[in-house]
Write a protein that binds this ligand. Sequence first.
Ligand SMILES: [Zn+2]
Length: 234
Amino acid sequence: MKITKYNNLYQITWLPYIFPINCYIWECRDELLIIDMGVKNFVPEIEKISKRLRKPISKLLLTHAHADHVNGIPLFHKTFPHVKIGISQRDVQLLKGDFTLLPSEPQSKIKGGFSKEKIHIDFTFKDQDIINKFEVIDSPGHTPGSVSFLNKSSKVLIVGDAFQVRGGVAVSGTLKILFPFPSLATWSSKVALVSAKKLQKLNPTILAVGHGNVLINPVKHMKKAIKVSERKEN
Ligand SMILES: [Zn+2]
C-alpha cells in the first residue's frame, strides 16, 4: 500500500506496481471525506489515518459503479456503519444489476466488472450538487453515471476513470497498451471525450484518477490526451 499526500488530499494506492487502484481521502477541518473504495484493504489504512488525525469520516462518495471502485464497501460499511455512502442517481442502477440504457443514451453495451456482493448505498447525488465543498460534475462515458468531484477553492479534481494516468495519460476509451483495463471497461468513448473536454475546461490544479499517480498542473496533459481521443473519434 502506498500513501501519498498533496495538501489536503491523500492518495492511497493498492498494488501500486502491478494494478494500481486508488482511494482518496480529503481532509476537511473537522472530518474526512473518502472517494472510492475499490478494495477492502483500504479500510484499515483509512482507520489508521482517521485515528492519527483525530477526525471522523463524514461520507464516502463513489465516482462510478465498477467493482474496482466499490468492492471494499462491505467491509467499509461494517467498520464505519454510520458513514453515509453515495453514488450518482444513474450509476446506482448498475449496482442494482439494471443495465437498461435510457433512450437518450448511446445504445452500446455497458462494460466492465461489477461486484457480486451487495453494495450498500445511503444516498444518491446529481450534477452540480455540493457535498462537503465538492461539486458533483457529471462526466459520463466510462459508465453512463460516472461523475467527478471538484473542490471549488483548491480546484482539485477527482475524476475516477474519466481519465487514466497509469500506462500514459488518456481519456477514458483510449487504449493504452501498458494499462488497457480502463479503456476496455469504457461504455462510450464518444461520450467520454465530451466529458473530458468539460473537465479540462474546469482548469484543475490537481487531477486525481482511479488508476495512476496524481497529476499536478494537469491541463496540458489533459489537452494532449483529448487531442489523441479526438483523432480516434472523428
Ligand atoms: Zn471503471
